[in-house]
Design a protein around this ligand. Structure first.
Ligand SMILES: Cc1ncc(CO)c(N)n1
Ligand SMILES: Cc1ncsc1CCO
Length: 217
């Protein structure tokens, strides 16, 4: 079993819990309240900015120039392509002020930022992998099992279930497997730990959006 198969097995319970979340069910059938989706989108635009910065740091630290290029391209995509999706939703919502980063987004982005800065590059690669992999699988799951006509979230679903995103995800998985193969058992274990933590934070991110969880003070 390669590193990614083993890591996915470790988060299979988290992934299955994510599929059962009310946020995902209501996103699938189109019934998610618009203000909930709006909260999510605004937080997610902050998330993608910092995710992009973390990917760029990984690109800067990568051992091979090929890996550097891949992560710099992921970084650019996260910031440019995804922001376009967000901008179009912001226009639909009439949002002019994004507000501040709320706790779940703050936690996740700072986990990515500190891991990318302080941990070995292999661990940082593993920390960013759930963002790719869980979203692709959730996007495909919704796309294949829960097509609802006239779903207002169809653009979102198609962005993550799409071919272009799949290519990036497979590349990120391959690069993590290569990194795991070339590193020490100790760092490999830390990669898995970071992968699990990021998967938990994916769950928390949706849970917080569903409950509109803001700073209490
Ligand atoms: C929180 C989160 N994780 C992953 C992705 C996928 O890019 C996203 N847009 N938002
Ligand atoms: C993981 C991810 N999410 C949005 S863009 C991106 C990188 C894909 O190239």
């Amino acid at each position: 079993m390669n590193w990614s198969e083993n890591a996915w097995q470790a988060v299979n319970g988290i992934y299955n819990s994510i599929l059962k979340m009310p946020f995902i069910e209501e996103l699938s059938d189109g019934s998610l309240p618009m203000k909930t989706f709006q909260f999510y989108m605004l937080q997610d635009s902050y998330y993608l900015e910092h995710f992009g910065r973390a990917l760029a740091l990984i690109g800067a630290k990568a051992y091979d120039v090929e890996d550097a290029l891949a992560y710099l391209q992921f970084a650019e995509n996260a910031i440019v392509v995804e922001q376009a999706l967000h901008e179009s939703y912001f226009k639909d919502f009439g949002v002019s002020n994004k507000g501040i980063i709320q706790p779940a987004c703050h936690h996740y982005t700072h986990f990515l930022r500190s891991t990318a800065t302080l941990e070995p590059v292999e661990v940082a690669m593993a920390a960013t992998l759930p963002c790719f992999w869980i979203y692709k699988n959730v996007g495909e799951y919704i796309y294949t099992h829960h097509q609802a006509a006239g779903n207002p979230f169809q653009n979102w679903i198609e962005a993550y279930a799409g071919e272009e995103f799949t290519v990036s995800v497979e590349r990120a998985i391959d690069l993590c497997n290569k990194a795991a193969l070339q590193t020490t058992p100790q760092i490999r274990r830390r990669m898995t730990e970071a992968f699990i933590t990021a998967s938990r934070l994916e769950y928390q991110f949706w849970d917080a959006a569903y409950n509109l969880k803001r700073w209490e003070l």
